[in-house]
Design a protein around this ligand. Structure first.
Ligand code: C6P
Length: 412
């Protein structure tokens, strides 16, 4: 990820023209969007795909014999194949399209309620987003399974020595993010998957924060489940991705009942459709699914190596500049990070810094970032989080640094 000698053919100013929103002003200032870990911005091609769908072939899918329905069905299923290829899944029906990472995780957690027994152990990492904690706590309440926690270190990394201690033959399931949303740490998921499999545990990887920067290969990882959200990879909101190994998806019961997910329905009994439809009850976000395929095409055309390399330059540049500000502390200092910087300055409340930055047209996220256990670990209420994307520039970082300096002067 960090091959600094690598040469890239990448002109950020050309790329920026693809994103109409980057031309707007906020509070009279040119927008500087550094909240990419929450939601990425949308390129014109994706916006056009959405307009095209509603202008030309808006119809329900998998049900109509009429032309519009067939066009929409074909486009939706083509998008599923794009997702399959992107993640290198063996089969397109191993890709379930959901409404987001949260939905994908809940779907799997619900399925495991039928599999886990009292006393079984499941393992969550200390670096998780609430979406990868709460559904499993609910699962443990339902089944009597025991939730164990893989601890973190001061540098914001997983404590892999502790991993060796918590792992046992009682362990049935491990759920860890590929990249921490609050700190940007890239976790050693290859090792985690291998060790979990050695004791027969299944692994779900929350890839919500990895997918904007890394192209995961689910076959090479040999992961059981991998989940992500389209709105963080230049796609629309309301679309999520769930990759699951065919054998697991066959084993798990459906999450929701309704249209589309059935084979036969009588009042006595319902039989379910095959994959992927068993998990896709009701009318999906058709247009969103199609636009997700376009978003992946867009990012792949730039190339994930190029994206990671360029973003790493932004990360190094911003880190150095921020560390020049007196009293500033960065949380999450792993060598393996995506372009996310979480920080505080002295005892200034992160919300106050965020508010002043907003007045300057700079969007950052402040607070606990839906990762309260991480904030508890550091004994802080929250952080300011700046997260960069491949359409951000060093000039924007310079303006941001001036903004932080100004905020600190005003608030000290
Ligand atoms: N993190 C952030 O600002 P949804 O909302 O379902 O698309 O994604 C939830 C989610 C799950 N896992 C991780 C690692 C995430 O980062 C997120 C979303 C955003 O950090 C919004 S809270």
């Amino acid at each position: 990820m960090k091959n600094r000698s690598q040469q890239i053919d990448f002109d950020v100013h050309t790329i920026r023209k693809d994103f109409p929103i980057l031309k707007r002003k906020v509070n009279g200032q040119p927008l500087i969007y550094f909240d990419n870990a929450a939601t990425s911005q949308t390129p014109q091609v994706v916006i056009e795909a959405i307009v095209d769908y509603y202008s030309r072939y808006n119809a329900n899918i998998h049900r109509g014999v009429h032309s519009l329905s067939q066009e929409a069905t074909d486009a939706y299923e083509e998008a599923r194949i794009k997702v399959q290829k992107h993640f290198n899944a063996t089969k397109s029906h191993e890709i379930i399209l959901t409404s987001g990472t949260t939905h994908s995780i809940n779907l799997v957690a619900n399925g495991f309620a039928a599999i886990l027994k009292k006393g079984d152990e499941v393992l969550v990492s200390a670096l998780e987003h609430h979406s990868n904690i709460v559904p499993w706590q609910m699962l443990c309440q339902k089944t009597g399974a025991i939730l164990k926690v893989l601890p973190m270190t001061q540098s914001g990394e997983l404590d892999m020595d502790a991993f060796n201690k918590v792992i046992s033959s009682n362990l049935k399931l491990v759920f860890v993010n590929h990249v921490s949303n609050a700190l940007g740490t890239v976790n050693p998921i290859e090792l985690i998957i291998k060790k979990a499999h050695n004791v027969g545990a299944a692994v779900l990887i929350d890839g919500a924060q990895a997918c904007p920067h890394i192209k995961p290969d689910v076959q090479a990882l040999d992961v059981d489940f991998y989940v992500a959200s389209a709105h963080k990879i230049c796609g629309p909101t309301g679309v999520g991705i769930l990759y699951g190994k065919e054998a697991w998806l066959e084993k798990l019961p459906p999450y929701q009942g309704g249209g589309e997910m059935i084979d036969q329905v009588t009042f006595e009994k319902t039989t379910y459709a095959g994959l992927p439809h068993k998990f896709e009850a009701g009318t999906p976000n058709i247009c969103g699914g199609i636009a997700t395929g376009v978003a992946l095409d867009y990012m792949n055309a730039i190339g994930f190596e190029t994206i990671a390399y360029y973003e790493d330059q932004l990360l190094q540049y911003a880190t150095q500049k921020l560390l020049g500000i007196e009293g500033l502390k960065i949380y999450g200092i792993s060598d393996h990070k995506t372009a996310v910087i979480s920080f505080n300055v002295g005892d200034i409340h992160p919300y106050d810094i965020g508010t002043i930055l907003d007045k300057l047209g700079i969007a950052v996220r402040t607070g606990h970032h839906c990762a309260q256990p991480i904030m508890d670990f550091y004994q802080i209420p929250g952080t300011v989080r700046a997260s960069f994307s491949f359409y951000n520039t060093k000039e924007e970082i310079d303006t941001f640094i001036q903004g932080v300096q100004r905020a600190v002067m005003m608030l000290s």
